[in-house]
Design a protein around this ligand. Structure first.
Ligand SMILES: NC(=O)c1ccc[n+]([C@@H]2O[C@H](COP(=O)([O-])OP(=O)(O)OC[C@H]3O[C@@H](n4cnc5c(N)ncnc54)[C@H](O)[C@@H]3O)[C@@H](O)[C@H]2O)c1
Length: 315
């Protein structure tokens, strides 16, 4: 077990009333100022965490924020070369406790073995971030992505990783967390699971939609055992998922034009919500939530898409 595990993943001491957490957390200690400090509320020291798809993009940003704030993080990814580089980068940045294992989330036996193995090695597993995902198949903005032409093998490939991979990760995490009586699972969904998205293929839209409801069902299922399940729904971020064309100015312009804040995001802009959903105290009463981190995309299209109002609109 890690040195700092005294409170990892446990229900927090709550508020100023002296009420213990629902599953019997210790009464609050110290002054109100200490209890209410950001450092105390967002403390992830000693939290044992595993992140899938951690070698790149959003998964790396998740591993980074947890590891640099004192969590014990295992990075999991199907790409061994990227994975090794990611671990080295975190060690060089001063992360005290990071490890890694190669894992394909579409292989249920491997997911069970790896998450079960981490829990056994570390004496438990407090946080699992089910983040690994791919994008394949053209979006409906182009002819080859339209319904009649949508490529079924691309569809199956995406569903295998983005939907079945999340299911397998939820199952493996539940096997560990239900037994230990606490835990946090955070799934990377997408705005494409909550709304239409012309640039995404059918497989991606279908898998992300499924994942949103998987999270809600799992949250209900696991709530009785103190395990929280939430999702983050990112809008467009600069990562490798779009392939080499992702950095193409035309692609960046397209995505930026769909966001009310007018731009794509940097992966580091997800880190606050990751900390919120991973820290035992910060989200002690949050489960079944799907939190958009999307620059306002789900609110509606930017006002620039509307025709300029004429004097007739002004009353
Ligand atoms: N980038 C965006 O704009 C955006 C928006 C919404 C949702 N997402 C979601 O965020 C998650 C992370 O994607 P990203 O944008 O950081 O992309 P990315 O390509 O930069 O990172 C994805 C990582 O997942 C790994 N991976 C792929 N298949 C895997 C498998 N079968 N098993 C284990 N690891 C696997 C890749 O090797 C890579 O390291 C995905 O679920 C994606 O759908 C991304």
């Amino acid at each position: 077990m890690h040195d700092h595990d005294r409170s990892a993943g446990q229900p927090p001491a709550t508020g100023t009333t002296g009420a213990a957490g629902a599953a019997g957390g210790a009464p609050p200690q110290g002054s109100a100022a200490a209890r209410a400090s950001a450092a105390a509320i967002f403390d992830v020291t000693g939290v044992r965490a595993a992140v899938t798809g951690a070698a790149s993009g959003l998964g790396f940003a998740m591993a980074e924020v947890l590891a640099l704030n004192g969590a014990r993080v295992t990075l999991l990814d199907v790409d061994p070369v990227l994975l090794e580089a990611a671990v080295q980068a975190l060690r060089q940045a001063g992360a005290p406790s990071v490890g890694s294992e190669v894992l394909d989330v579409a292989d249920p036996a491997a997911v069970d073995r790896v998450l079960g193995g981490i829990a056994e090695r570390d004496g438990g597993l407090d946080v699992v971030l089910a983040n690994a995902g791919i994008s394949r198949g053209a979006g409906i903005v182009v002819e080859e992505g339209q319904l009649e032409h949508a490529d079924r093998s691309a569809y199956a490939e995406v569903v295998d990783v983005n939907q079945h991979g999340v299911l397998f990760t939820l199952q493996a995490a539940a096997r560990v967390m239900r037994r230990q009586g606490h835990g946090r699972i955070v799934v990377t969904a997408s705005t494409a699971g909550l709304a239409t998205e012309g640039f995404c293929g059918y497989g991606y839209i279908a898998a992300k939609g499924a994942v949103v409801n998987l999270v809600r069902q799992a949250a209900l299922d696991l709530a009785r055992d103190g395990v929280h399940v939430n999702a983050i729904a990112p809008g467009p971020f600069h990562t490798r998922i779009g392939g080499p064309g992702g950095a193409d100015p035309e692609v960046v312009d397209y995505w930026s034009s769909t966001v009310p804040l007018g731009r794509m995001a940097d992966p580091s802009e997800l880190q606050g919500v990751v900390l919120l959903l991973s820290a035992p105290r910060a989200s002690s009463f949050v489960t079944g939530a799907i939190i958009p981190v999307d620059g306002g995309t789900l609110v509606g299209p930017p006002l620039s898409v509307y025709a300029r109002p004429t004097a007739g609109f002004v009353r």
